[in-house]
Design a protein around this ligand. Structure first.
Ligand code: AMP
Length: 183
């Protein structure tokens, strides 16, 4: 059973790698950023609430994200496994997820941290050119990553769930390294 949480700064390649591994293992790829972008496009109540935060590079409030993940992890396509890409992003969200997985009787999730140096991350994000990839918003997203999300590295390392992968290699090399550590 493959249950994976992908950590790493914005631009680490989480989305690309999560998609590749999910495809290869035939499991659900759950990108909270993708779900939010879709909701914003469709102007659903969630999308309308989230827009302002996403545009500024701030985190969407935990409660909204937790409802979203509760709903998504309760869908039948997650039964054969999943990759969470972009959640959790705060220690609060990680505590919530731990309890949710207990309730759903899903165990053995592993956490992969994609390590990429700061300058590489910024260059990749500028190249990507998404709507929230302007220089100012990128800077804010990195600040938020450092203060809110990076503490999760210790959180999962303390729980002996953390696997480290060098994300500063070609896409194929990262996929190969990932496949090895999660085997
Ligand atoms: P991503 O595609 O993962 O880079 O996410 C894009 C944006 O969506 C982030 O900058 C946040 O504004 C928002 N977002 C995605 N996932 C979360 C989360 N778990 N908690 C709070 N905000 C999130």
């Amino acid at each position: 059973m493959t249950r994976l949480i992908f950590l790493g700064p914005p631009g680490a390649g989480k989305g690309t790698q999560a998609k590749a591994i999910a495809h290869y293992r035939n499991i659900a790829h759950i990108s909270t950023g993708d779900i939010l972008r879709q909701a914003m496009k469709e102007q659903t109540p969630l999308g309308i609430k989230a827009q302002n935060y996403v545009d500024r590079g701030e985190l969407v409030p935990d409660q909204l994200m937790e409802d979203l993940v509760l709903h998504r992890l309760s869908q039948p396509d997650t039964i054969s496994g999943w990759i969470l890409d972009g959640f959790p992003r705060t220690v609060n969200q990680a505590c919530f997820l731990e309890q949710l997985l207990q309730k759903l009787e899903q165990h053995g999730e592993k956490v992969v941290n994609l390590e990429v140096p700061d300058d590489v991350v910024v260059a990749r994000l500028l190249e990507r050119g998404r709507k929230d990839d302007t220089e100012e918003v990128i800077r804010r997203r990195l600040e938020v990553y450092r203060s809110e999300t990076a503490p999760l590295i210790d959180y999962y390392s303390d729980r002996q769930q953390l696997l480290m992968v060098n994300g500063n290699q070609s896409q194929e090399e990262v996929t190969t390294a990932l496949t090895k550590v999660i085997a």
